[in-house]
Design a protein around this ligand. Structure first.
Ligand code: GLP
Length: 240
């Protein structure tokens, strides 16, 4: 399903879907994404928490990905980002939100442990997603196996350049590797909610919705998901 609305409306729709999961599930499991695209959704959730006590106290959260080699308390680690943008603004229980451990000594073991943690929680009910300009989701860059699970990946030059803005524009400061949920991991979530805004995402959204399913545009695997919602503003929808 593709929904084309102004970003404020998209944030409301995503928050409504998350609120339903929080209310209906005894132990709600949310898949959380970093990046700028989901921020309006997190703002809306924080508002609902402040205004009328929408509670995350019973919920668990799993983030999509993490840089390798940044200490967890680095301000641009995805751990710090999700803490700042959502976790610290609502009432998750301590430790309820986890991410892959990019500072682990044994990165392969950290990936396997992360898959096990998600499975042990019963899997993700609703997964929030952004999309990269090259069609990546999480850090599954073009060429990623469509069945992949959490693993170590090398970031493309494009993604490192896109993300240098978070490191004071210093490309050298952007890590070269990451841990990321695989496309197969993401596809195991029961509902996928992708949000994309702005003309920079128009080509990726065009491929996602109308292109052939291909590892060259990793997000196209979502066409095979039984319950996927694509939330886009006019600009991101301009090539549909
Ligand atoms: C990063 C993240 C992705 C995110 C993408 C787009 O590479 N790993 O999860 O979807 O950037 O980010 P933004 O929403 O800021 O455009």
């Amino acid at each position: 399903e593709v929904v084309i609305q102004p970003v404020e409306v998209l944030a409301q729709l995503a928050a409504n879907a998350i609120e339903r999961v929080l209310q209906e599930r005894p132990t709600p499991v949310l898949g959380l994404a970093t990046g700028s695209s989901p921020l309006p959704i997190y703002d809306e959730l924080a508002r609902r928490h402040a205004d009328r006590g929408l509670s995350f106290a019973r919920a668990r959260g799993f983030t999509l990905d993490e840089y390798v080699g940044l200490p967890a308390d680095h301000p641009e680690s995805y751990r710090s980002v999700i803490d700042r943008e959502l976790v610290s603004r609502v009432d998750f229980a301590p430790g309820a939100v986890q991410g892959p451990d990019g500072a682990a000594d044994d990165l392969r073991a950290a990936c396997a442990a992360y898959e096990e943690a998600i499975a042990a929680a019963g899997g993700v009910e609703l997964q929030i997603l952004g999309i990269g300009t090259d069609g990546h989701i999480a850090f599954n860059e073009p060429g990623s196996s469509l069945a992949s699970r959490t693993r170590i990946k090398t970031l493309t030059d494009q993604t490192r350049a896109d993300n240098a803005r978070f490191f004071d524009g210093d490309l050298e400061a952007v890590p070269r590797h990451c841990l990321t949920q695989g496309l197969g991991t993401i596809m195991s979530a029961r509902h996928l909610v992708l949000i994309a805004t702005g003309t920079g995402k128009a080509e990726a959204v065009h491929q996602l919705v109308e292109g052939p399913v291909s590892a060259l545009w990793p997000a196209t695997i979502m066409q095979h998901h039984p319950h996927a919602t694509v939330l886009v503003d006019d600009a991101a929808a301009s090539r549909l």
